[in-house]
Design a protein around this ligand. Sequence first.
Ligand code: ZN
Length: 234
Amino acid sequence: MRSGERMAKFYITTPIYYINAVPHIGHAYTTVLADIIARWRRMAGDDVFFLTGLDENSTKTVEAARSQGFDDPQKYADWMAEKWKRVWEILCISNDDFIRTTEERHRKNVQELFLCLLEKGEIYPGVYEGLYCDGCEAYISEDELVDGKCPLHGTEPRRVREENFFFRLSAYRDALLRHIEQNPDFITPPARRNEIVSFLQRGLKDVSVTRRGATWGIEVPGHPDQRVWVWFDA
Ligand SMILES: [Zn+2]
């Protein structure tokens, strides 16, 4: 880099991992690849921010805590977080930060974002009626089922009716398609871009972003009976 030139900002993150088990070789593979890219970009003179961390607000955390004999999922999460951090230390991973979604800084940001979106009408209250797969921790549509079962988990989804909050995802379809068309390198490789484009062309549905009656996860501001859906918070 010549003097006077601004350093290019480069951000890279691994997925933030579920803590229902200790890291396996697949997690190590992903994290080492991200580390290689981060180190290369630093050597090339970029201003790099490399993140990894843990996605802790899943109901899988509660189940795993119970099966390991923990009464308090938070204690289990703290115990697991040390194990995960230790593995990245052993592998000399050069991450700049390690985020845990049960941390106060994350909780605060999620609640602020939620309120901001609610104020703008991007999140709105509604009623969800349909099928829910506990394994996916997600609603599943009738046409995704194979022989009446979730193709991923082989279990029958539950029929549920819930009052909760929805994110107006459908409103973003055209803007996303336009953005991807105008910026061909936005998603690489091209096969993945085409996959996303055809997914968008089929249309987007608004997505429920809160869970009523859940006790683990980030509280919905002003609605203590609801928690933010783990996929939305992470
Ligand atoms: Zn499933």
